[in-house]
Design a protein around this ligand. Structure first.
Ligand SMILES: *[C@@H]1O[C@H](CO)[C@@H](O)[C@H](O)[C@H]1NC(C)=O
Ligand SMILES: *[C@@H]1O[C@H](CO)[C@@H](O)[C@H](O)[C@H]1NC(C)=O
Ligand SMILES: *[C@@H]1O[C@H](CO)[C@@H](O)[C@H](O)[C@H]1NC(C)=O
Ligand SMILES: *[C@@H]1O[C@H](CO)[C@@H](O)[C@H](O)[C@H]1NC(C)=O
Ligand SMILES: *[C@@H]1O[C@H](CO)[C@@H](O)[C@H](O)[C@H]1NC(C)=O
Length: 495
């Protein structure tokens, strides 16, 4: 089953479509190892299609009698006229809450007063009302007394407009502002007045400034997505107050400082995405308390040091993505305890030492990326039993010995197996990108090219070593040549 499909299965039971959108967005941003079916899936379900699907929920709640208070109707028409020129809203829909059908993107509910009230407004892609180029953020929407959900997708694209909150709204449960490049300025601290807010999505806008601490008083939040903005400053310690959080996405901002230890308080968290920021320090040990975590992405930061000793406690983890961090440590064997893992991406982290044999226990692994590290020793023999794997990249390490993968494994992975840049590796059978066949020694055993200390034809061996290297499109950098020479010296070939 392709990775993206799997993610939907995980998140649908919680019926939070925003989370799925986050995950699919993550995958479109990281195409390196997607199988084509999962890519296709994402492309078919474009963001707009998903958005309409969101709007289609709860349609049956439209009240039979649509009588609204004149004041609320007037406020609604005012908002619609300022936002959209698709219709003459007053004349086309004199009774926006029914009984006759109204426009897509509005929903109403009957209040305790027996009147119909607007509970949801949706702007952005057709058939929802589209936004006029001059539309600015309609903070009046928060004064609609029963508003529960407000969605603005690709709405503010021309006229620069800040997100403003001028009215307390205790009814608002979902606020989603996504893909609005002209939405600028800070996240207003007054957003904390939305006491019932469960879903806050402010992704793919141009918001800047720090994340206000007040945001973390919204203890009903289940999903918080501030990804793809220009937010700076550090992640406040108060993040640990959001005990109901299931999804937390702060990826693709300019956040700096450490990951607060209070993150361990978020015991319900299933998705944690801090990737592509400038976070420093270690991964706090408290993450071992995130037993519900399914997806953790910390890639493209400046994180360093050991992985937490309790990492093996993350028994729900299926995706662990942390490439491009200067960890400069060894790989803990505890990762092998994460038996639900499907994707493990640890490339370009300066990891050294051997690949723990325990990685062979990751029976559901589909993707393992360990390229561009300083891993030494042999590939664990158990890798041959990783029956779900379809992408294995171990390139540009210092691995050595006979590759313990049989011909059917090599055929199954084909181009998705990359062992190049490990001059000490050789194959006993079959073929794989960037690896040479082992030679047979005089006594009949297989000899890896670099382990030929007893052999007399050392000069031929060197040429033999360089020829596969010259096949690579990646240019050899001076450090990699130096490291290679150093490795050769250690292994004795030039001595
Ligand atoms: C919102 O409520 C808070 C306290 O609940 C109050 O201090 C603030 O003045 C209110 N703001 C508005 C705009 O009504
Ligand atoms: C692997 O995934 C399958 C379903 O995809 C599941 O039934 C099985 O329990 C998983 N194995 C482990 C070790 O988690
Ligand atoms: C493996 O990683 C290297 C280095 O990042 C990359 O150039 C190569 O394309 C990857 N190979 C595969 C099969 O994905
Ligand atoms: C064969 O020779 C290699 C060295 O070339 C040695 O390491 C290995 O133990 C030998 N094997 C046997 C079975 O004698
Ligand atoms: C060569 O290896 C030694 C230790 O074995 C290390 O200290 C040194 O930094 C290495 N040099 C290069 C150029 O990699």
């Amino acid at each position: 089953m392709p990775a993206a499909d799997k993610v939907i299965l995980i998140t649908l039971p919680s019926s939070f479509f925003p989370l799925f959108i986050l995950l699919s967005k993550f995958y479109t941003a990281m195409p390196s190892s997607l199988s084509s079916p999962s890519l296709l899936f994402i492309l078919l379900f474009s963001a707009c299609a998903l958005h309409v699907h969101e709007a289609a929920l709860d349609k049956n709640r439209t009240p039979e009698k649509g009588r609204m208070s004149p004041a609320e109707a007037e406020a609604l028409f005012g908002i619609m006229e300022s936002m959209s020129s698709d219709q003459n809203w007053r004349s086309s829909y004199p009774n926006p809450c029914g009984p006759s059908p109204s426009w897509t993107g509005i929903e109403c509910k009957v209040g305790p007063d027996g009147l119909a009230h607007v509970s949801r407004l949706d702007f952005g892609c057709p058939p929802n009302p589209t936004c006029r180029p001059t539309a600015t953020f309609p903070h009046r929407i928060f004064s609609l007394p029963f508003i529960q959900s407000a969605f603005f997708f690709e709405c503010f694209t021309h006229t620069r407009t800040p997100l403003t909150v001028a009215t307390n709204s205790s009814s608002l449960r979902q606020l989603s502002l996504r893909s609005n490049p002209a939405l600028i300025g800070p996240i207003p601290p007054e957003i904390s007045s939305f006491r019932s807010l469960e879903v806050l999505t402010l992704s793919q806008n141009s918001l800047s400034g720090v994340i206000p601490q007040q945001l973390f008083t919204l203890t009903s939040l289940v999903h918080l997505d501030l990804s793809y903005n220009k937010l700076s400053g550090s992640i406040p310690d108060q993040v640990g107050s959001l005990r109901s959080l299931v999804g937390l996405d702060l990826s693709y901002n300019s956040l700096s400082g450490i990951i607060p230890n209070t993150i361990g308080e978020l015991g319900s968290l299933q998705k944690l995405d801090f990737s592509s920021n400038s976070l420093t320090g270690i991964i706090p040990g408290s993450v071992d308390r995130l037993g519900s975590l399914v997806f953790m992405a910390l890639s493209n930061n400046h994180l360093t040091g050991e992985l937490p000793p309790g990492i093996g406690e993350l028994q729900s983890l299926q995706y662990f993505i942390m490439e491009n961090n200067p960890m400069h440590t060894s790989l803990p064997s505890e990762i092998g305890l994460l038996t639900k893992l499907q994707e493990l991406r640890l490339a370009n982290c300066g990891f050294s030492g051997e690949i723990p044999a325990s990685f062979s226990q990751l029976a559901n692994l589909t993707t393992l990326s360990l390229q561009n590290n300083r891993l030494t020793g042999e590939i664990p023999t158990g890798f041959n039993q990783l029956s779900h794997i379809y992408h294995l990249n171990l390139s540009w390490n210092q691995l050595s010995g006979v590759v313990p993968l049989d011909a059917s494994f090599l055929r199954r992975l084909g181009q998705n197996l990359d062992l190049s840049g490990n001059p000490g590796l050789c194959l006993s059978t079959g073929e794989a990108y960037g690896v040479v066949l082992c030679r047979t020694g005089k006594n009949g055993t297989l000899i890896a090219p670099l382990k030929s200390s007893g052999d007399s034809s050392a000069a031929d061996e060197q040429l033999y070593l360089y020829s596969p290297l010259s096949l690579f499109s990646t240019p050899l950098t001076l450090p990699s040549i130096l490291a290679f020479l150093n490795f050769s010296i250690i292994s004795g070939i030039f001595s």
